[in-house]
Design a protein around this ligand. Structure first.
Ligand code: CP
Length: 307
């Protein structure tokens, strides 16, 4: 049973197939409005979410399907001690596909190993967020026309930012990509991502604490929120939370074609004064996420033999 737990579960060709389907949905939405008639998506969210859960739900409705699920662990039988494995077996009796977010890294993988329907990782702890990466890839593709030879700056909480880990994994497979890692010392990209992804794939990268010094070289600037919920103490969070705040002033030396991205939610990392800059792509990213999730649901249901 094909699931999406890690972005590397899909080949570059499969990612392109999803991008092509999403672009076709954007062009011809009516042609897709009945594709999932009679099918059910279960959204099992053990952690808060606005974009991911609601875009999955909107995606399934726009495909003509239905949605069941819960938005917090407290309203599910997890609160009574039910395991992720048992939850996956139970939901397999009710739905055709699962989207799961969980605070524990690896929980969606456990679900996939126990479910008899496809499971989509909608974010697991500080580990991965592959469907955000699908939204990010469509944004880059539509803004830049492809992925080759881009210099991509990741700024903020690179330690706990699961969207960063997944996107670096995805981009490391395209030729000529260069990565600039911009973070405070305490929030640097984990060594395992540097070693197993960037170094292993021969992706040139540099690390800095100074956003403005690297700004003129960037094609993509991927801002991130400092992940308060993953910190062990509030004092460290308060000290680091405003390490980077993108303002129009800081963009003065940026390329005219820079693409500014953020998985959202934002707290203070991007001033609202940047929102009207034509280079701000983070709200387009939200919309593209819905189309990529539609393409993903179609692909996984087809591969499961359900469609
Ligand atoms: N980008 C993202 O995952 O947002 P939510 O936490 O609102 O789903």
């Amino acid at each position: 049973m094909k699931s999406l737990i890690d972005i590397l579960d899909f080949t570059v060709e499969e990612l392109q197939e999803l991008i092509d389907t999403a672009n076709d949905i954007i062009e011809h939405p009516a042609a897709y409005s009945e594709r999932c008639r009679g099918k059910k998506l279960a959204t099992l969210f053990f952690e808060p979410s606005t974009r991911t859960r609601l875009s999955f739900e909107a995606a399934m409705y726009e495909l003509g399907g239905n949605v069941i699920g819960f938005s917090e662990a407290a309203s599910s039988s997890a609160a009574k001690g039910e395991s992720v494995a048992d939850t996956a077996k139970v939901i397999s009796c009710y739905a055709d596909i699962i989207a799961m977010r969980h605070p524990k890294e690896g929980a969606p993988l456990v679900a996939a190993m126990n479910a008899s329907i496809p499971v989509i990782n909608a974010g697991d702890g500080g580990h991965n967020h592959p469907t955000q990466t699908l939204a990010d890839l469509l944004t880059i593709y539509r803004e830049k026309g492809g992925f080759e030879n881009l210099t991509v700056g990741f700024c903020g909480d690179l330690k706990f930012g699961r969207t960063v880990h997944s996107l670096i994994n995805a981009l490391s497979r395209y030729a000529g990509v260069r990565v600039v890692l911009i973070s405070p010392e305490e929030l640097k990209l984990p060594s395992y991502v540097k070693k197993d992804v960037l170094a292993a794939k021969g992706v040139p990268y540099e690390q800095t604490t100074d956003l403005e010094s690297v700004m003129p070289r960037l094609d993509i600037l991927y801002m991130t929120r400092v992940q308060r919920e993953r910190f062990f103490n509030e004092e460290d969070y308060l000290r680091l939370k405003d390490s980077y705040i993108l303002t129009p002033e800081k963009l003065k030396n940026a390329k005219a074609e820079l693409c500014i991205m953020h998985p959202l939610p934002r707290v203070n990392e991007i001033s609202v004064a940047v929102d009207d800059d034509p280079r701000a792509c983070y709200f387009k990213q939200v919309l593209y996420g819905k189309y990529m999730r539609m393409a993903l649901i179609l692909k996984l249901l087809k591969e499961a033999g359900t469609l």
